[in-house]
Write a protein that binds this ligand. Structure first.
Ligand code: NAD
Ligand code: WQD
Length: 344
């Protein structure tokens, strides 16, 4: 049990990729869960699948985190003891063309949530931040105390919310806030029943590779092969979504006896290049992944991977699943559900 026995965890954005896997982990740990999601980037099917795996369902409320009155009512009616805040928009490119939409969903959404929490007397919050707040890191691996400086509007929304939360924690010692900076979440639950289901053309590497392998797209574009990395392609810290989910449970537990704001990187500490990912995925799927080298993508760093030792020390958490498992689980989800949740 994560909260005291009669309390619930509110999961905003719980129908999405990371939120659905974390909701499953919470249910399997015996925790009561309420999911609030406006389904702007997800399907309620994900939660039906979660219920199938867990043998019981979370309460699902379709609504918006910016709706303060609704959130306040949910917090009170369900005796919420802690909130996991995943709800937000996450596409870097789109954030540059729709900054108002991003600041509204991500910054105003987080503000409304915190106002509702303070009004309802709920003080324990875990926020989904991102390694994107580090911008183009001067050195790797990246520690939490290294400089931040996001290079796109999406990243700045995360960075602004981190500052908002820091100011809340400084003003009132009742707040117990965990900021989790995820590196590159990939993979799927081992059942193959839930996974990442991006709308339109995927922005991220793994969903794109998986859609090429399953025959939905012709070839991958590798964005640049002249970076100062061993094979010239970008290096990232890919982390299995179930490891990430378990990190949230550990963070909730750790916050129970901690006041203030605490920031933890969630990554493996190990970087892999784009070409290493392509090879590993071909091996896991037994399918070819044709690719062509394309120009660098604007704003991409050469290498980004975590120093995850603070989370190991303070949360007793570390990623357990390796690259092969990440690729095999992604492939199971993709091949069983070639059209994502839209396939029924
Ligand atoms: P996702 O889009 O699959 O999930 C986000 C969920 O939030 C969706 O179900 C969406 O419908 C919902 N949502 C969006 N705006 C909302 C609003 N205003 N009110 C209610 N619900 C709303 O994305 P994800 O990959 O699961 O990411 C979850 C969180 O983690 C996001 O905050 C994202 O920025 C952050 N994050 C993601 C990654 C990544 O690569 N996936 C990396 C770092 C951080
Ligand atoms: C990984 C590598 C690309 C697609 C982004 C966000 C970050 C976080 C995670 C939310 C890079 C290369 C990619 C393709 C490619 N999200 N690539 N061809 O850029 O590390 O991080 O997602 O918080 O904020 O910026 O992840 O998966 O887009 O790219 O060659 O079609 O794959 O250049 O080296 P990234 P990614």
């Amino acid at each position: 049990m994560i909260t005291s026995t009669d309390q619930t965890v509110l999961v905003t954005g719980g129908a999405g990729f990371i939120g659905s896997h974390t909701t499953l982990a919470l249910l399997q740990a015996g925790q009561a869960v309420v999911v609030l999601d406006n389904l702007s980037n997800s399907s309620a099917q994900s939660l039906e699948r979660v219920a199938r795996i867990a043998g019981r369902a979370p309460v699902f409320v379709q609504g918006d985190v910016r709706d303060r009155a609704l959130v306040q009512r949910l917090l009170r009616e369900h005796r919420v003891g802690a909130v996991l805040h995943f709800a937000g928009l996450k596409a870097v490119g789109e954030s540059a063309s729709m900054p108002l939409t991003y600041y509204d969903n991500n910054v105003a959404g987080s503000l409304a949530l915190c106002q509702a929490m303070a009004a309802a007397g709920v003080w324990r919050l875990v926020f989904s931040s991102s390694a994107t707040v580090y911008g183009d890191p001067a050195t790797v691996p990246i520690r939490e105390d290294m400089p931040t400086g996001p290079t796109n509007p999406y990243g700045r929304t995360k960075w602004m919310v981190e500052h908002l939360l820091g100011d809340l924690a400084a003003a009132d010692p009742r707040w117990q806030i965990g900021v989790l900076r995820y590196f590159n979440p990939v993979g799927a639950h081992e059942s193959g029943l839930i996974g990442e289901d991006p709308r339109g053309t995927p922005n991220n590497l793994l969903p794109y590779v998986a859609q090429v392998a399953v025959g939905r797209r012709a070839a991958l574009s590798v964005f640049g092969n002249d970076y100062p990395t061993p094979d010239g392609t970008g290096v990232r810290d890919y982390i299995h979504v179930m490891d990430l989910a378990e990190g949230h449970l550990k963070a909730l537990q750790a916050l129970a006896d901690r006041s203030g704001l605490h920031t933890w990187n969630l990554g493996t500490g190990q970087g892999y290049s784009v070409l290493e990912i392509v090879r590993a995925f071909q091996q896991a799927s037994g399918r070819p992944v044709p690719y062509q080298v394309a120009p660098r993508r604007a704003g991409d760093a050469a290498a980004s991977y975590a120093d995850p030792s603070k989370a190991a020390r303070e949360l007793g958490w570390q990623a357990r699943r390796g690259l092969t498992e990440m690729m095999e689980d992604t492939w199971r989800w993709q091949s069983l559900n070639p059209a994502g949740f839209g396939g029924g």
